[in-house]
Write a protein that binds this ligand. Sequence first.
Ligand SMILES: [Zn+2]
Length: 242
Amino acid sequence: MKRSGLLMVLVVAVALVLTGLRFFLFAKKEVAHYTSKPYQRDEMKYFLEIAPENGKVIIKWNKDIKVQILPGASPKDSAHVKAIIQELIPILGKIKISLVPANGNLTVNFVKSEEEYKKMANGIFDEGSPKGYAQPDFNKFRTRIESVAIVISPLAMGVVRGEVIRHEFGHALGFWEHSKSFYNEPNLMGRKSFKDIESAMKWRDSPHFTRLDKGALAILYNDNMPVAISHAELMKGIDTTK
Ligand SMILES: [Zn+2]
């Protein structure tokens, strides 16, 4: 073989190796693009069910969250909200969450009378009358959350009250849907089963988020997860096969 022929073979071989290497690096990068740490498969499944609005777009906070409890809350309700904030601090990463006395962008209103609640909720619900709701205000382009008003009904009573508060916080943080899947463990946005009534009561009343909810929040507030992203784009950037 002539020298130029040999050189040609060498150039082609190097080019092939580089192409392969690039493909390998790219494929590897894309797998974990929006999640820098590994998540359980069920956490990712749960996240995909509850986070994208209408199954399409991720809309989350990209500024610090200032939680304001509106006047009239009972000491127990206030303590519950404070406990929720404490638990959320390490999960939300760069987004700081704190309790403020005024000018909050996430207000929590524990309404005293049923009549007042009905008046406030009027026109918000097509059917049924939930025990609480979270009314978000998005920016003009619906790419991020500007503020949220959580309103809790006086009919959310007993141990259910705690669960309603945390459920509404789930919505307020960017879980726009409910999961229709059945999970064998507690979770705030989907169906669940308990081994007995005592464990159900205990969980409902506790101020803690569950493994599934914490996992989904950690995925949502991962630094790599863009503020606004379509479901289709999202699916390209995550690996659901693991
Ligand atoms: Zn809900």
